[in-house]
Write a protein that binds this ligand. Sequence first.
Ligand SMILES: *[C@@H]1O[C@H](CO)[C@@H](O)[C@H](O)[C@H]1NC(C)=O
Ligand SMILES: *[C@@H]1O[C@H](CO)[C@@H](O)[C@H](O)[C@H]1NC(C)=O
Ligand SMILES: *[C@@H]1O[C@H](CO)[C@@H](O)[C@H](O)[C@H]1NC(C)=O
Ligand SMILES: *[C@@H]1O[C@H](CO)[C@@H](O)[C@H](O)[C@H]1NC(C)=O
Ligand SMILES: *[C@@H]1O[C@H](CO)[C@@H](O)[C@H](O)[C@H]1NC(C)=O
Length: 348
Amino acid sequence: MPSLISLLFVLAVLGPVQAIRYLGRVNPATKELSWSATGVSFTFCGRSATIEFEALSGTNSAELIVDGKSTYIADVTGSSIATPANLTQGNHTIIFRKSSEALYGSIFLGNITTDGTFGPDLSLPGRRIEVIGDSITSGYGIGAALPCTNTAALEIISETYSVLTAEAVNADLSIISWSGIGLIRNYASDPVDTSPIMPERYTRYGANDPDNSYPFPTADTPDAIVINLGTNDFGHGNNLRPQLNGSDYTAAMVKFVQYLKASYKNNAAFFLLTSPMLNDGYPEGEMVKTTQRNALNEAVQQLNGTQAYVVDWPDQGSDVGCDYHPTPNTNEIGAKLLTDAIKGALRW
Ligand SMILES: *[C@@H]1O[C@H](CO)[C@@H](O)[C@H](O)[C@H]1NC(C)=O
Ligand SMILES: *[C@@H]1O[C@H](CO)[C@@H](O)[C@H](O)[C@H]1NC(C)=O
Ligand SMILES: *[C@@H]1O[C@H](CO)[C@@H](O)[C@H](O)[C@H]1NC(C)=O
Ligand SMILES: *[C@@H]1O[C@H](CO)[C@@H](O)[C@H](O)[C@H]1NC(C)=O
Ligand SMILES: *[C@@H]1O[C@H](CO)[C@@H](O)[C@H](O)[C@H]1NC(C)=O
């Protein structure tokens, strides 16, 4: 039987853990950064570090944050990214994070090297938030004004409400989002978009992994789960399809929340956002924003054994960005509301 002294010795050697930590939902078997804001975080003592790319697919934007100073990379190319040449010898904290959403491409990580030694993982906040959403959550076109065509480069995830909220409450963040996606049905289009809806796509580890590949690792278990879905469901594309029935939306939301709760096997708090892109004036007479708010309030009623809250993100009004998507300013408004809701509910 090991003595207390030898146990203490083992703990001293193993901790603090030298760690290269994944940010967001990353399948360690593929090291694929697919979802928005996935990445790696580590510290090192030395003069330089390099993050190699095993492969790149499609187009990707990303962010390299060195000792808190961020550099935006509008188009990730080449076989690696290195820290700036003028770093001084010493301790440095590095975050490399994908910015654009999964549908534009992926970054497959290779080895991470340093001329010095890797240090302890200093940035683990011990709080986790997961945000599930559509183009709003993906930062669609946030880097441009109307009119524009969205690109990977324009999806500046650091300006979105999710990242702002995670920073405000000092939490790790996982984003599962896809532009055009719905809870029941995707963006209204002709021909009909038959790609997976969120309850299906959500089950993938990397966004390009098979359905049901995500194993809900204990380390990923979120304290707070934010759901921002409905903007695409409520749209009907000028009567390309019937209006959404609020009761159907409520039922789908309740089912999805119950699925998440059962899968993570914990008691996360749920924050159900209304959409800043829905309003009561358009389409005329449909009162879509009110319908969504009422339907979410009804979902919270039905989820009475679960900690669930509606966070009402006001209609963005005339402050519209790329393809009528939320501007950085609208994201700041949403972040403030969500931050207050999370702080209030979880006493953070
Ligand atoms: C390194 O160079 C960049 C510009 O090339 C500058 O912004 C930065 O402050 C420099 N950093 C140090 C530690 O000198
Ligand atoms: C660098 O960090 C290590 C522990 O991570 C610490 O022991 C060391 O003193 C630090 N060095 C400097 C120069 O701050
Ligand atoms: C990555 O590191 C491993 C272990 O050190 C090594 O075997 C492998 O060749 C490296 N891969 C590349 C692409 O350098
Ligand atoms: C929505 O569906 C429910 C149940 O199927 C039905 O009772 C209700 O009338 C529908 N509401 C609308 C606005 O169509
Ligand atoms: C939730 O509400 C339903 C219907 O109002 C009720 O039957 C049920 O007991 C409630 N469950 C909890 C856990 O409060």
